[in-house]
Structure formats: structure tokens, C-alpha cells
Design a protein around this ligand. Structure first.
Ligand SMILES: Nc1nc2c(ncn2[C@@H]2O[C@H](COP(=O)(O)OP(=O)(O)OP(=O)(O)O)[C@@H](O)[C@H]2O)c(=O)[nH]1
Ligand SMILES: [Mg+2]
Length: 610
């Protein structure tokens, strides 16, 4: 198994104790972490949300220290780059206690992992640290009729077990208290090693936790019998819906319904928000206000034009990001966050598994791909949860090349959606075809194979409102900071290029490409230049030009495949190295220009023949 090392190194600890959160994927570690440290990290209802470690500070009754959140692992032998981070952490970092988060609805495999952690004390006695358990998601367990005898479980594990509902803060302070107490006691008795004796009477060896998988499963089986009771009752509507969503019928119609509703909210809602509120506000109030202020100082010349002229920073620099792009990004994040926390995405993965396997990747990759419709960066990072490098590169390339991000979608809607919905749909159909073809080709070209990974299906949950609101807020804020600034800078650059006449010169040099091959007006060169900063900037300048339908579609096609944003290129290089980053960057740009030109030439040929 190939694993990229992300060296887990935290430096000296601060405060009293350093606690490490461990556990299976999707058990609520990141929620526990965010609640206890106030540091915002991603949490979502599917395995592999966390792909690297985050350290934060906890404070409790005058005590303080570090808490570390790591990716979930099924075992202590990592199979993905994400898991490797967690395994490195447990082996290499000095921590004062490990808090293992258990999912109460999935006790069996969670306890299997717990045993591996306990076993560490046997294999490396010099690194023994106390272990504390958070028995999380007891709300969901209760709904499913599962009840667990916490005291008995604690006895079996010979460690404190604290029942928690992380999303509602239930039990988290008790968890902290137990962790501090365990670490304090441990510090006091450091000479005597952890007492595992009373525990393992049924493995036959009083000092050993079971150390083969067979023995572990036996231990888990006996423990489950002792501590867990499942009341047989009718499944809840969420459970029924969860099961139904994975059968071809009604799963496929349901998936189509979900996607239609999602599109309706993003496209329809975004258009409404844009034309009813944001455009009138920006163009009727905010921009005139700035124009008036600027006019007090200057009334013409380069400075005036750069500020409030055609591409004025205070004109397009506000209209583009805030009125044209923001509504789609905002609504997309609402829809995405809801889908993420409901646990629907992995179910969608099951439905599309067949098609995706034909493209050389497995259904589980639907998660990073859908993230890509928001932004390519989290999508590329999200591939760390995949088990093979080949698959990671494939998904990253597919997303970078052909998945339009939400800002690009906003730009396409502004350019195409207002003229013809069919053109807009056309761009998306071409994008699907390109994703598929890229997969088929890369599957042949890149050596190695994709691992058959079993996609874990989480419980279908009603997302927690507070968590959801917070998540949408963070994402919106993030977009504001990460995207709006470069966009405004891009607009500023556009104004300068136009005002200084530099655009005319570049336009002349690139004329054979832009005018001859792509059939676009010379000014469209601006799109190609600004597109280097951010992809949607490749589309937006076209709004200011008088284009026919063929030109609009050509421009959109070029923008769809055009080179990745600078920030995305940076992430590609960091994840896969300069060579692969460069191949993807150059490859997408060439694909954009070749395909855009081919379309233009073919369309003009057809239209002249007709
Ligand atoms: N109902 C309920 N949902 C919870 C609880 N704790 C966490 N969740 C939800 O469970 C999902 C998984 O939580 P995360 O914190 O992302 O899980 P994780 O263990 O960090 O997952 P990975 O990073 O993938 O290993 C999220 O959708 C949370 O909102 C809980 O106690 N009750
Ligand atoms: Mg996490």
C-alpha cells in the first residue's frame, strides 16, 4: 500500500496535558474536537472527513492543554494517506492520554479498534498512556433501540467510558474531567504501569489484551453480549429511507429527485437572489455611492477608470463577486452541507458505483467529486482518504479538468443561463462526458490499480441545525476571504490592462489563437489572462462583450477546462509533486484551447453549411 507521509509533528506541548482523539471514521471525533477547543474543523456524515491532523487548545476549570484531532482509522495498520497520519500520531507523538471515540450504533467494530489501542500498552510498555472512552451518538443508538450498559463496558475495557452526544455537548465536560483525572493519576503513579490485570481473565493471560484478530473478535463478541441490548422494533422512517435510497428502485428516482431539488435551489434560488436583491442593491445603491465618492476627488483619467470605469475595482470588483458569484456559492454550500451531514452522499456513491467503476474509480469517490462542485481544493485534499495513489491522481485530475466549481457555475449562469438554459445544460453534459472519458483514459495510462474499497454507509441522520448553520457560516466566510480578494485583484488587473493599453498588445500577439482559432473578439484575451488567477474570471469578462451564441458557448467551454486556479495548482503540487501538478496544469489548458477551438470551427462550419 502506498502511503504519502505527512510527518506528524506537533512540537512541544503547551499547558498541562496533551490528549489525542482516536477512533474509527465518522464517529464524531471532529465534533468533539471543535466543541472542546473552539477550533473549527470539518465534520460530515461520511468516513474520511478529516484527512490531516489539527491541534487545538482546551481549557477546563483552570487546567489547559492541547487536543489533537486526527483522521479516523479502522485499525492501527494504515491503508490510506489519511489513516497514516493518525497511526503516525499514536506511534510518534508524546501524549498524556488517548481519548477513543466510539460510535454507540456500531459497537462491534469500534470495540475491535479499542482493543488495538489497549493492546499498545502491551506491545510498547514504555509508551503506556491512559485511555478514556467517549461512547458517542447515544442519541442515535437510543432511536435505534440500542441500549448499552456503560458501567459494564467500562469494566470490560478497564477504563472510564463516558456516554456523549457530541453535537449537543452532552457528556463532553465529563469526558474532559475523566481525561484530566486519568492523566493526573497516571502521572502520580508513573512508576507502576497501567493495570490491565483484572480485565482479561477470559483470554487466559492476565497481563495481555488479546493480540490476534481472532481473539479480538471473540472478546468483542462476548462483550457485546454482556453490555448491549437491542430492542426489536419497527425501523424509523429515516432508516427505511436510508435503505430504500440504496436500491435501484426507488434509489435512482430518489437520486434524480435529490439532484433536481439541489439544482433548483442553487440555480433557481441563486438567480432569484441575484436579480431580486443583489444586482439592484449593488448596481442601484452601492456602486453609485462609490462613483459619487470617487467623483469628489477625480472625474477622469486612469485612476478614475481603474476605480469606477468599465472594469473599475469598485464597479465590477463588487458586482462580479458579490452579485453574480456569491448567491450560487452560498446556496451551494447550504445544499452541500445538508447532504454531507445527512449521510446521503455515500448512498449516492452506491447508486453511481457501477458507472464510476467503468471510469476506473469506485463509487466512494463521489464524495470528493461533489465537493469539487464547491471548490477543487477540499476535493483534492479529500482524495487522501482513498487507498491508492492512482485513484487519488485520477480523481484530482477529473475534478481539476472538468468539474466546474460553484463560482464557475455562477459565471456560467450569468453568461449562458440568461440566454439559453440549453446552452447551460450543454456545458454540464459535456463536463460529465469529460469526467467519464478522463477516467477511462487515465485508468489505462496510469500504472497500478484501484483498490476495491468497501464504502461504509453511515446512519441517515437529520442534520443538527446548530452544526449546519455553523458550517455554512464558516464556508461562506472562507469563500469571502479566499476568493473575493483574488477576484477583486483580478478585476483591478483587468482595469490596468485595459487602461494602459497592454491588453491591445497582448491581444495582437494572441490574435491567431483567440480570434483565428477560438473565434472570439480580441478583448476576450482578457479572460485567458485573468483565468490564470481564478477560473471564473475566464468567463466573467465575456459578459461585457457582444457575443453570438457560438462564441458564448466556445468561451464557456474554454473556461470549463481552462487551467486550474493558482491556489488549486499549489495544492496539486503539494499533494502529488511538481511533475504531476505541471502535467495536470498544462494538460487542462491545452485541452481547453483544443476543445474550444474544435467546437468553434465545427459549429461555424455547420452553421455556414446550413
Ligand atoms: N446525532 C448525532 N450526530 C453526531 C454526533 N456526533 C457527531 N455527529 C455527526 O456525525 C457525523 C460525523 O462526525 P465527525 O466529527 O465528522 O466524525 P469524525 O470521527 O471526525 O469522522 P472522520 O474525520 O471521517 O474520521 C457528523 O455529521 C456529525 O454532525 C452525536 O452525538 N449525535
Ligand atoms: Mg473528523
Amino acid at each position: 500500500m502506498e502511503c504519502h507521509q505527512e510527518q506528524a509533528f506537533l512540537g512541544p506541548k503547551s499547558g498541562d496535558f496533551r490528549f489525542l482523539l482516536m477512533g474509527n471514521p465518522n464517529v464524531g471525533k471532529s465534533v468533539v474536537f471543535s466543541k472542546l477547543t473552539g477550533v473549527e474543523v470539518d465534520s460530515a456524515n461520511y468516513s474520511g472527513t478529516t484527512v490531516s491532523f489539527t491541534s487545538g487548545k482546551w481549557q477546563y476549570r483552570g487546567r489547559n492543554g492541547d487536543l489533537i484531532d486526527v483522521p479516523g482509522t479502522y485499525s492501527l495498520s494504515a491503508t490510506s494517506p489519511a489513516e497514516q497520519v493518525a497511526v503516525d500520531m499514536v506511534h510518534n507523538e508524546a501524549v498524556d492520554a488517548i481519548i477513543v471515540v466510539l460510535d454507540a450504533t456500531n459497537l462491534e467494530r469500534n470495540l475491535f479498534f479499542a482493543l488495538q489501542i489497549q493492546h499498545l500498552s502491551t506491545v510498547s510498555p514504555d509508551k503506556v498512556v491512559p485511555v478514556i472512552y467517549a461512547l458517542n451518538m447515544i442519541d442515535v443508538a437510543e432511536r435505534q433501540g440500542i441500549s448499552i450498559d456503560v458501567d459494564q463496558l467500562s469494566q470490560r475495557l478497564n477504563a472510564p467510558v463516558i456516554p456523549t452526544v457530541a453535537v449537543r455537548n452532552v457528556g463532553l465536560l465529563q469526558l474532559m474531567e475523566a481525561a484530566i483525572k486519568a492523566a493526573d493519576t497516571f502521572l502520580q503513579n508513573q512508576e507502576t504501569s497501567i493495570d490491565t490485570e483484572a480485565v482479561d481473565s477470559d483470554t487466559g493471560d492476565a497481563n495481555q489484551w488479546p493480540d490476534t484478530d481472532d481473539e479480538r473478535w471473540q472478546w468483542v463478541g462476548r462483550t457485546i453480549q454482556e453490555v448491549q441490548q437491542v430492542e426489536h422494533r419497527h425501523p424509523t422512517w429515516l432508516e427505511r429511507l436510508g435503505d430504500a435510497s440504496m436500491k435501484p428502485f426507488p434509489g435512482i428516482p430518489l437520486a434524480l429527485l435529490v439532484l433536481t431539488i439541489a439544482l433548483g435551489i442553487v440555480v433557481g434560488g441563486g438567480k432569484g437572489l441575484r436579480s431580486a436583491i443583489l444586482l439592484p442593491l449593488v448596481n442601484g445603491v452601492i456602486v453609485p455611492f462609490f462613483v459619487r465618492i470617487v467623483s469628489i476627488f477625480v472625474t477622469e483619467g486612469v485612476i478614475y477608470n481603474v476605480l469606477v470605469g468599465e472594469y473599475g475595482i469598485l464597479v465590477k470588483g463588487i458586482e462580479w463577486p458579490f452579485a453574480l458569484i456569491f448567491p450560487y456559492v452560498f446556496l451551494f454550500y447550504i445544499v452541500l452541507s445538508f447532504m454531507e451531514d445527512s449521510g446521503y452522499l455515500p448512498r449516492l456513491g452506491v447508486m453511481v458505483d457501477g458507472v464510476m467503476r467503468k471510469a476506473g474509480i469506485q463509487g466512494g469517490n463521489i464524495v470528493p467529486m461533489i465537493m469539487g462542485y464547491g471548490c477543487a481544493i477540499p476535493a483534492i485534499l479529500g482524495t487522501r482518504a482513498a487507498t491508492s495513489r492512482k485513484e487519488r491522481i485520477m480523481v484530482a485530475t477529473m475534478v481539476t479538468l472538468a468539474v466546474p466549481c460553484s463560482a464557475q457555475t455562477g459565471a456560467f449562469i450569468a453568461l449562458l443561463g440568461d440566454h439559453s438554459v440549453f446552452m447551460l445544460i450543454g456545458i454540464y453534459l459535456i463536463s460529465f462526458a469529460a469526467i467519464f472519458l478522463t477516467g477511462v483514459i487515465l485508468d489505462r495510462v496510469i500504472p497500478g490499480k484501484s483498490d476495491p474499497m468497501l464504502l461504509e454507509i453511515p446512519n441517515l441522520l437529520m442534520p443538527d441545525r446548530q452544526t449546519l448553520v455553523k458550517k455554512i457560516k464558516i464556508r461562506t466566510k472562507h469563500f469571502m476571504m479566499e476568493a473575493e480578494v483574488p477576484m477583486m485583484m483580478g478585476v483591478g488587473l483587468a482595469a490596468l490592462l485595459v487602461e494602459t493599453g497592454a491588453l491591445v498588445h497582448v491581444g495582437e500577439v494572441l490574435s491567431p489563437l483567440v480570434e483565428g482559432w477560438l473565434g472570439l473578439p480580441k478583448e476576450a484575451t482578457l479572460g485567458l489572462i485573468l483565468g490564470i488567477i481564478r477560473r471564473e474570471l475566464a468567463v466573467l469578462p465575456l459578459l461585457e462583450m457582444d457575443l453570438n451564441y457560438i462564441q458564448m458557448f466556445t468561451g464557456s467551454l474554454v473556461a470549463l477546462f481552462y487551467m486550474p486556479c493558482l491556489a488549486v495548482l499549489g495544492v496539486l503540487i503539494k499533494e502529488f509533486g511538481v511533475k504531476i501538478g505541471a502535467i495536470i496544469g498544462v494538460g487542462t489548458t491545452v485541452a481547453a484551447l483544443v476543445l474550444g477551438g474544435l467546437f468553434y470551427q465545427a459549429a461555424t462550419l455547420v452553421s455556414t453549411v446550413l
